[in-house]
Design a binder for this molecule. Structure first.
Ligand SMILES: [Zn+2]
Length: 43
């Protein structure tokens, strides 16, 4: 399962205990839905 860091926006596996980019803890992770129901891909 993938999660996204709400701090930096990095997406990674939820087996990570800290964000590999900014070092935030799991409290800053939100689940990533692979089903693209929203069109918010790129800026
Ligand atoms: Zn992060």
């Amino acid at each position: 399962m993938l999660v996204r860091c709400v701090i930096c926006g990095e997406v990674f596996d939820d087996s990570e205990l800290i964000c590999p980019v900014c070092g935030a803890g799991p409290e800053s992770f939100v689940p990533v839905d692979s089903s693209s129901s929203e069109s918010q891909g790129t800026d």
